[in-house]
Every structure is written in structure tokens, then in C-alpha cells.
Design a protein around this ligand. Sequence first.
Ligand code: RB5
Length: 174
Amino acid sequence: WQNDVIKYMSFFSNKWYTMIDYIWKEGTHLKIAISSDHGGNNLRKEIMALLDELAISYEDFGPQNDDSVDYPDYARPVAERVAAGEFDRGILICGTGIGISIAANKFKGIRCALVHDVFSAKATRCHNDSNILAMGERVIGPGLAREIVTTWLNTEFEGGRHVRRVEKISELEA
Ligand code: RB5
């Protein structure tokens, strides 16, 4: 019976974790940091318009013109601030989403998911507690990108067995 008690206690503590996480991090409290390189400028503007429509607060880390830039320089401000807890989540966009996601994942505490479908947007929040979403402007259209962002913002981390796995990702950083 001891095992059953432990199982029930862990079940309820996970529920509390999820609830507290939801209350503090989701909904009106969510603060987003966003940036792109030149290859993601148009989609970044589209996503900022979406965040305005959803009344979600965000800070734009550029770039402010269409000059050719290097994506690691634009991954850095977003990744650093999300890792520091200044923002709840980040959104990064480049041509493919690949370079900017690789760069973001170099920062301790960052779990950046490159997503081009709605299923993965949901799954990476539920299972990986991803704190940055990366997309490629040259890969998907604005309509799908909007759906991905909306799903990713509205999906909670499931907790439970996934906590252990996410903790093991953190251990890899040490
Ligand atoms: C820029 O031309 C392009 O290489 C960049 O946006 C991205 O796709 C890199 O992964």
C-alpha cells in the first residue's frame, strides 16, 4: 500500500505543479520575446500582429530593417532573456528556423523547438516544456504559422513523467 500512497501523492503534486504553472505563466501573465533574421522579417511581423490581436505582451528584438544579418546575433537577446526569466517564452524566426534554433539551444535553460506543424506545437509544450518556438519563413505560410503560435502559447506542460525527462535534459547542460 505504501507504493499506492506514493503514487497518489505524486499524482496530486503534479496536478498542483500544473495548476500553479498555469496560473502564473499562462494567460494574461505571458510575456514573449521575439526576433528573427532578415529571412524571417515578414513572418515575424505577421506573428507580432497575431500577438497584438491576442493581447499578449511582447518585446521585439529586431531586426528593424531588411539588411542581411547573422541569425546567432538575433537568437542571443531572446535566448538570454528567456533563460534569465525576464520573459516567459520566446519566438525565433529565420529562413528555415534551423540556424536560429540551433543557436538558441546553446543557451543554458533553453529548450527551443523547431516546429512546422500544429501537432508538434502541442506536443512540444506538453512533453518538452519548450520555452522557445522556432519557425522558418521559407518553409511554412503565415496561416499555418499563426495556428502553430496560437497552439504553442495555449498549451500547458503536462508535467508527470515528462518532468523527469526535462530534468535529464538540464543535466546534459552541466
Ligand atoms: C539566411 O539566408 C538563412 O541561412 C537563415 O535565415 C536560416 O535559414 C539559417 O538556418
